[in-house]
Design a protein around this ligand. Structure first.
Ligand SMILES: Nc1ncnc2c1ncn2[C@@H]1O[C@H](COP(=O)(O)OP(=O)(O)OP(=O)(O)O)[C@@H](O)[C@H]1O
Length: 314
């Protein structure tokens, strides 16, 4: 079970918020106060999970984080029996009387969803479309009737009422190519779905700059420009995300690699980090080779360090 306390604070604090994001968080919080669940959807690495956690944290209630998974079922969400406890009492105090009593009880452990629903936690259901539609059906009863049915649990109560403070934030990636189940319209219909796209270059640069302070501002800009330029070659909204940009920034800072497209170590780092995401988003007969070529060309076209500092001074 993942209840985020310390970890949550760290993760949410590290979310860099500009005016647009602040506005989005405020709007989303208002929708949630009115009882509507939020659903952030968009390509991989654009910051949906970070946003969901930052939003959850604003509700100032314990946060439960679950990740969609095709193997997840009602037992994980509602709970399950974990074994038996047996109690045996043998009473032979009076010699002529032999009394024996045996009690066997099954041990029940609440599932994550049941716990969140009972106690009014904020549930972040990350990548919920990776779970089977039948598993997610349970959310229809929660959102529509305000109850959590206790299917197949042998519990005395047939359902649990949803705590009035309970709220849920979903995230999903509609373009994920594997392991995604089609979401029921009935569920989507009940969510406020907000599309989150890649940030613009300035925004990505400022996130890189905040997260990797060891790097100069113009270097963070150069990395954000490099990934954004490459992304333009991709179909749809796929391609290297800010995650790749952050990876390059952190690794370059750690290994003291100059952010310079002509530097062999920097070029190698870009090839290592970017070849795979690029090869998956371009259309080419030999995607790996084509991706490598694109990365090398884009590196070569990067502005030189002196050029960037000159521009900065002007
Ligand atoms: N506004 C932001 N401030 C700080 N870091 C951010 C921000 N947006 C994204 N990031 C960073 O970018 C990376 C990707 O973010 P996150 O995991 O939230 O994206 P995602 O859209 O949920 O990705 P996926 O769909 O692959 O799970 C993380 O390292 C995160 O810290």
């Amino acid at each position: 079970m993942t209840i985020l306390k310390q970890g949550l604070k760290k993760a949410a604090d590290s979310v860099s918020q500009d005016e647009e994001m602040e506005d989005l968080l405020e709007r989303s919080l208002e929708y949630m106060k009115a009882g509507y669940p939020i659903h952030f959807t968009g390509p991989s690495g654009v910051g949906k999970t970070s946003l969901a956690i930052a939003l959850a944290k604003r509700r100032k209630k314990p946060v439960m984080l679950i990740h969609g998974n095709h193997e997840m079922g009602n037992k994980d969400l509602i709970g399950d029996f974990t074994g038996y406890t047996s109690k045996k009492l043998v009473d032979n105090y009076v010699r002529s009387v032999y009394k024996r009593e045996e009690n066997v009880t099954q041990n029940w452990r609440d599932g994550r969803l049941l716990e969140a629903v009972k106690h009014g936690y904020t549930l972040v259901y990350d990548e919920f479309t990776r779970s089977r539609a039948e598993t997610n059906n349970i959310f229809l009863s929660i959102l529509e009737e305000g109850i959590l049915p206790l299917y197949e649990t042998k519990q005395t109560e047939p359902f649990v009422r949803v705590h009035p403070e309970f709220a849920v934030i979903f995230t999903s990636n509609p373009e994920e190519y594997a392991g995604v189940y089609k979401t029921q319209d009935a569920l989507l219909d009940r969510l406020v779905t907000i599309f989150i796209g890649h940030r613009n270059v300035e925004r990505e640069a400022s996130i890189i700059n905040e997260k990797v302070p060891a790097l100069a501002e113009e270097d963070a800009n150069a990395i954000a420009e490099l990934t954004a330029t490459l992304r333009q070659q991709c179909k749809g909204s796929n391609g290297p995300s800010i995650r790749s940009g952050l990876m390059i920034a952190k690794l370059a800072a750690r290994q003291d690699i100059a952010i310079d497209g002509e530097d062999e170590r920097f070029k190698q780092l870009c090839l290592d980090v970017l070849t795979d995401p690029m090869s998956r988003c371009i259309e080419a007969d030999e995607p790996l080779q084509a991706a490598r070529q694109l990365i090398e060309d884009t590196c070569m076209n990067m502005k030189k360090e002196e050029q960037r500092s000159d521009e900065d001074e002007q």
